[in-house]
Design a protein around this ligand. Structure first.
Ligand SMILES: [Zn+2]
Ligand SMILES: [Zn+2]
Length: 155
């Protein structure tokens, strides 16, 4: 038997997030063509956020944990928003509703300074409010608590 496999590689792609080779259909197609560097699982889990975090950190000269550190950090996070407590399990196609938050912006992406948050809280908080203020806002404006039922996550 010749040791020849008929081009199985074309059907598979290496994911930079989980560092596994997966079937191509487990990757999203990018709007600009080609496949995402991260598999769908990595998008869902938030692993694909690393790319932007790293870029942002370099631009702003913040510290940023390594890809491997980010993966183990992410593994340990509760799958709920740090501020409003909404479940982040169903994060949509691009994982849009899950964001990685810096508690104190200029301290950068280091594990002690990071939490997972829904995109809505992330947007409201921005770099304007601190952690305590943000929790107060969530409490007083209970609207953030209801997105799943109101379909905000699926709009
Ligand atoms: Zn992956
Ligand atoms: Zn939230």
């Amino acid at each position: 038997m010749p040791n020849y496999k008929p081009k199985p590689r074309k059907m598979e792609k290496f994911c930079v997030g989980c560092e596994q080779t997966k079937p191509r259909h487990e990757f999203y197609e990018m709007t600009r063509g080609g496949l995402s560097k991260y598999c769908q699982d990595c998008h869902r889990l938030g692993m694909s956020k690393y790319h932007n975090m790293k870029y942002h950190s370099e631009m702003m000269d913040f510290p940023c944990l390594s890809h491997a550190e980010f993966r183990s950090w992410l593994d340990q996070q509760p799958r709920v928003c740090h501020y409003c407590g909404i479940s982040l399990e169903d994060t949509g196609r691009e994982g849009d509703s899950l964001t990685i938050e810096k508690l104190v912006p200029h301290l950068g992406y280091v594990p002690e300074n990071m939490v997972v948050a829904c995109w809505r809280c992330n947007k409201v908080k921005g770099d304007v409010f601190n952690e305590q203020e943000m929790k107060k806002i969530v409490k007083e404006f209970d609207f953030i608590h209801r997105p799943v039922n109101n379909g905000y996550l699926h709009s």
